[in-house]
Design a binder for this molecule. Sequence first.
Ligand SMILES: Cc1cc2nc3c(=O)[nH]c(=O)nc-3n(C[C@H](O)[C@H](O)[C@H](O)COP(=O)(O)OP(=O)(O)OC[C@H]3O[C@@H](n4cnc5c(N)ncnc54)[C@H](O)[C@@H]3O)c2cc1C
Length: 433
Amino acid sequence: MSGDVQSVQGMDSIQDVAERHLCAGCGVCAFLEPAAIHMVDDLDRGRRPVVEKRHESGLGLQACPGLRLDQPPAPTGADLSLRPGWGNVLAVWEGHSSDPEIRLAGSSGGAATALALWSIEDAKMDGVVHIRAQPSQPVLNETTFSSDRDALLAATGSRYSPASPGDGLQSLVDAPKGGIFIGKPCDVAGASAAAKLVPNLEESLKLTVAIFCAGAPSTNATLDYIAQLGGPLPKELQALRYRGHGWPGMFRAAGHDGASVVRTYAESWGVIQAKRPWRCRICPDHTGELADISVGDPWYREPGEGEAGSSLIVARTERGRQAVEAAMAAGFLDCKPVPHDLLPASQPGLLTVRASVFGRLLAMSLQGIPTPSFRGFSLFRLWLTKLSLRRKLGSIFGTVPRLRRWGIHQAREVQSGRVQSSAPEGNSTHSTP
Ligand SMILES: Cc1cc2nc3c(=O)[nH]c(=O)nc-3n(C[C@H](O)[C@H](O)[C@H](O)COP(=O)(O)OP(=O)(O)OC[C@H]3O[C@@H](n4cnc5c(N)ncnc54)[C@H](O)[C@@H]3O)c2cc1C
């Protein structure tokens, strides 16, 4: 279950990665090989690559985080006690954007957006590659290059649906003063791997920010949920928020006729999380270990009544620490240092999932299903020490029937789906509720 890319059995093309359920959907291969690969919405899985094999150069395969992830070595000053479960931790803060509108609109405390705004307005970078809801169909996401506050504000909030920010990395290569990249842990891992292959990207990619991620549910997870609630049909959908506008905020699907369905964040996540693809369930990195900075919810405490929002901010590298300190000093982030153990206290579920990964990979291997190469994430040690005997056995023997039930034991072609555009005639603008 480890080794380099070449040793991952039968994976000779990005098409194999997608068909054998190992694609994380980051889009980095499409940036690296635009003549051979483009991303589509596979509504049951996520953003997935469609590959013209005869034009494929192999660069995408080399950078693919679905196939290969290596935990970075520990930098000086890393908290070694946290490394096995949480990666490199140099410093932890709790806080929020100093801009009240961004704080309120943001998913937790708007920290990711505050760092983005700092990078443009104070550090004088050109912009940010990240994602936002598609203006003409808000159940889908699109990659965008934001270079001012309004664009950043429009992209706030976690979207619990597929997104592939890595397919927009060319915007950074083309940016003379460079910029930052925001994405899920897999997106950031892919962008960092691509930077090692493309010197111009390495120069332009000044900072990476990862949002914590328990897995991205499919597009159909959201569409089915809205239908179940009796909400707007896809063609009638005007705006869709999963959370934000307060912490954690509400799920809200609004139609062009003004009607909307609203549910709590906890209830909506409880339903749609069931439709996360297989690759998310064997992910060893839910907290962005390969980023400079990662940001998540401070779930170690209950949100206060009417609380505007708060984020847990983790420096993974010295570059990340310096960026957070500079954003604080320049008045973009309002936060205070907190004990490092608030990270595990905030995300206990993520450690249990990570501890199950060894058993799940073993179950795949036992059935001859290709597994990715994950190096340095202490997966065996966590499986051995963090799971009860029942959970240990469940991670292997419970996975075996699931792999068959969910069709992971066989290849499945990428299926490009369409969701009817929701923009009414003559109006393609999108506003958030
Ligand atoms: C699929 C998913 C799973 C998550 N799981 C967890 C979890 O287990 N634990 C936890 O604490 N938090 C989780 N989050 C929430 C997220 O980590 C927090 O909201 C984080 O604190 C960022 O908050 P913020 O207010 O700083 O971000 P904001 O300032 O609101 O900025 C959010 C940024 O994230 C980007 N973004 C939004 N959705 C996506 C997406 N699907 N893919 C790539 N980029 C995206 C936006 O473009 C924006 O730049 C998850 C989010 C997502 C999208």
